[in-house]
Design a protein around this ligand. Structure first.
Ligand SMILES: Cc1cc2nc3c(=O)[nH]c(=O)nc-3n(C[C@H](O)[C@H](O)[C@H](O)COP(=O)(O)OP(=O)(O)OC[C@H]3O[C@@H](n4cnc5c(N)ncnc54)[C@H](O)[C@@H]3O)c2cc1C
Length: 463
């Protein structure tokens, strides 16, 4: 490791590796600084399964076309219009080429997983999952001559008048050192693993949040950049948050703790009351709201209640459901008021109207006369054993970030583009995601802007 590079990339996940590879292919000398030890390299990317890219025709693994316009409409719907249209459309256009580019970097695809995801047409799944994808990217980067340093936490950035000069890093054995580079790519994730920072917006409720991914995404680089004059984008309370098993570990529980069974039952809070339409829209468009919904409930806890008829309808998770032969017995095991849960289930069952169940479409199985309604996939909960999953908010990643241009170049607070600082991935996701989410977009943002950031960083350095 020399102390002067053309391009310094901070982070070790998808966005960082796409940037590093693109920069190296652009002729630059590149150093990647990954704060985590080698075994834990790759941040949240390790946990991923798929990516959403536009394509005009079916492919070997995608069942049909997903046009730029349809992608844009999906993004518009999930964000409620809170997106930068120029950047978002640019990303969507570039995503078409990423499907091939990422394969050229050694990543392989596999057909979509089944269950409630319904992603076979829109999302490409990584063969072997996110960790296999990362291994392929690291291998390619290293073969191309990218230097990678693990256990290398960046603790300070030297920035003068919007120009990056050097990074100070801390290494457990080799100690502190300074690295200079002509260009910087910041790809160090959001601040989701920083509970104290989350508490600034969520108060003590954040103590009950579980963080689905890496404990290393503490937002330190984001904070340094914002403190040193980079323009921020996004609402700090907005994030991707799903309902995950309350028995999951505090960090890094990954995908196997996520529950996709909401549409097959009802969800109640600690008072055994329903609080939201469990059948509002198809699951890939709704799964990412349930973390926030549970966060708004007392003690940030909720319970998905269903019966034995649906147990094989969704992807199983790490934790078995809690079972009772009666609703009251189940309530006792969940430490809920048995009479209250019985009342809620009885009222729900009475409100269910006849219909033809089909979880892949917005079917006509709905309730009538209760609040909140269940507008699709409503079926009576009446076949013992009765089952439940306790769930808590599982924070995936935060949206507060650095504002960037189409070239992934950071904008400074005064509106001027930085001379040599670029950003990609979660750290700038808020440019595209003002709120909401559609499955697979995290990796699209990282890959598209990572590739652009690396290319532009190299171009700057070589000029
Ligand atoms: C359980 C789970 C499942 C997911 N599934 C999907 C999916 O299927 N599809 C999808 O599109 N998205 C998914 N996501 C979201 C996706 O993981 C992220 O959007 C994406 O991986 C972000 O990539 P990134 O490179 O920006 O960040 P990360 O991959 O998180 O990488 C950030 C890196 O920065 C490093 N770092 C942080 N601070 C420092 C510092 N000070 N110095 C040096 N290094 C630092 C970290 O160690 C880490 O390696 C999932 C997330 C989780 C948690």
């Amino acid at each position: 490791m020399s102390s002067k590079y053309d391009v310094l990339v901070i982070g070790g996940g998808n966005a960082a590796l796409c940037a590093a590879i693109a920069a190296r292919r652009g002729g630059a000398s590149v150093l990647v600084l990954e704060g985590a030890p080698k075994f834990y390299r790759g941040g949240n990317t390790r946990h991923t399964r798929n990516m959403r890219c536009a394509h005009d025709a079916a492919t070997e693994i995608l069942t049909g076309p997903y046009t730029e316009e349809e992608f844009w409409e999906d993004l518009l719907r999930v964000t409620g219009g809170q997106t930068d249209e120029v950047l978002a459309r640019h990303m969507i256009r570039e995503s078409k080429d990423i499907l091939n580019w990422i394969v050229e970097q050694g990543v392989r695809w596999q057909p979509s997983l089944g269950g409630t995801l319904s992603l076979g047409r829109t999302n490409s799944f990584f063969l072997g999952g996110g960790r296999a994808m990362l291994n392929a990217l690291y291998l390619t980067a290293e073969r191309l001559g990218v230097d990678v340093e693990y256990d290398a936490e960046v603790i300070d950035l030297v920035i003068k008048d919007g120009m990056f000069l050097a990074a100070r890093l801390k290494r457990p054995i080799k100690g502190e050192t300074e690295i200079r580079a002509t260009s910087l790519v910041a790809a160090a994730g959001g601040f989701e693993a920083n509970i104290e920072w989350l508490k600034q917006y969520w108060g003590d409720a954040a103590d009950n949040f579980l963080i689905r991914g890496t404990p290393y995404n503490r937002g330190s680089i984001l904070k340094m950049l914002l403190d040193k004059g980079v323009q921020e984008v996004g609402d700090p309370t907005q994030c991707h948050a799903v309902a995950i098993d309350a028995r999951a570990p505090k960090f890094d529980g990954g995908i196997i703790t996520r529950h996709d069974s909401v549409v097959f039952g009802i969800v109640v809070n600690k008072h055994a009351q329903r609080f939201y339409d469990e059948g509002e829209d198809i699951w890939p468009k709704r799964y990412a709201i349930w973390g926030r919904l549970v966060a708004a409930q007392p003690d940030q806890i909720a319970y998905i209640i269903f019966d034995s008829t649906v147990v094989t309808s969704f992807m199983p998770t790490l934790f078995p459901p809690i079972a009772g032969q009666t609703v009251a017995e189940l309530a006792g095991k969940l430490e809920l008021d048995p009479a209250a849960l019985e009342k809620t289930v009885t009222e729900f069952n009475a409100a269910v109207r006849p219909g033809t169940f089909d979880h892949t479409i917005l079917d006509d199985c709905r309730t009538e006369g209760i609040t909140p309604p269940k507008t699709h996939w409503a079926r009576r909960i009446e076949t013992p054993p009765y089952l439940a999953y306790p769930v808590r908010p599982g924070i995936t990643f935060t949206y507060l970030g650095t504002r960037v241009t189409r070239e992934a170049r950071m904008l400074m607070a005064d509106g001027k583009p930085s001379a040599n600082m670029f950003a990609a991935g979660e750290i700038m996701a808020g440019n595209v995601l003002g709120k909401g989410y559609a499955a697979g977009m995290g990796m699209t943002i990282g890959s598209v802007f990572g590739r652009i950031a690396g290319r532009e960083a190299a171009r700057h350095a070589k000029n």
